[in-house]
Design a protein around this ligand. Structure first.
Ligand SMILES: C[S@@+](CC[C@H](N)C(=O)[O-])C[C@H]1O[C@@H](n2cnc3c(N)ncnc32)[C@H](O)[C@@H]1O
Length: 207
């Protein structure tokens, strides 16, 4: 089992209890750099895996494969934690690592623990409140959308489909005893609870 553990934005007090528990109970913990290592070491030892910042795709593919093999070897028979700055599912090394592990080692179970991301950290530190729709971008095309307060999920899905979105997830009351996550469009209900989210994605353009 491999667990991507969100370590928050860099303040040692902004790790979640669940993150700390996962760090302590992992057989081995890897991190992609010194900042993440400093957040992990109060709880357990960790190893830094090198992820060079280069655009050379040959170098990148070699490094991803090498690191995926190292992590998968340990995750096959034990619990491996992989600690990351912010949240492991937002613009994260973990996304690429888990994709390569899935390609080459599909038998490994992968899960993530959310962390406080730079997006909400920024709002807190800069005293900025966001309460209307906003855009987060790293310069690439916008291919996904999250709709909050999704009380009428089906209506939202139908409207997004006309804008070219073709993959949808409905999520309700996350991390509660009544959590519902629906990934099949046909099963998305007409009515949702206030604590509901629609996630929509467009296919990557084929060049
Ligand atoms: C590879 S992304 C990692 C994002 C991270 N997974 C998250 O959830 O915030 C790196 C970018 O996140 C932003 N970032 C992450 N931590 C930050 C911090 N403590 N302060 C400001 N920006 C931060 C910066 O824009 C940085 O270039």
């Amino acid at each position: 089992m491999l667990i991507g553990i969100g370590l928050g934005p860099g303040d040692p007090q902004l790790l979640t209890l669940k993150a700390v528990e996962a760090l302590k109970s992992s057989d081995i913990v890897y991190v992609p750099g010194r900042l993440a290592a400093d957040l992990v070491t109060p709880y357990t030892d960790c190893e830094i895996l090198d992820f060079p910042m280069t655009k050379d795709s040959d170098v990148l593919n070699d490094v991803w494969k090498k690191n995926a093999d190292i992590v998968a070897e340990h995750a096959r028979d034990g619990t491996v934690g992989f600690g990351l700055i912010g949240d492991p599912n937002f613009f994260s090394t973990f996304t690429h690592l888990s994709r390569v592990i899935y390609e080459h080692h599909p038998d490994i179970d992968i899960t993530t623990i959310p962390g406080i991301s730079s997006i909400t950290s920024f709002a807190a530190r800069a005293n900025v409140s966001i309460d209307t729709s906003f855009e987060v971008s790293d310069g690439t095309d916008i291919r996904s959308k999250i709709v909050l307060k999704a009380r009428r999920p089906l209506e939202i899905v139908e409207s997004l489909a006309t804008d070219g979105y073709d993959e949808f997830i409905f999520a309700e009351k996350l991390f509660s005893g009544e959590e519902r996550i629906i990934k099949t469009r046909e099963d998305i209900p007409a009515k949702g609870n206030y604590f509901s989210i629609i996630y929509a994605k467009k296919q990557d353009k084929k060049e």
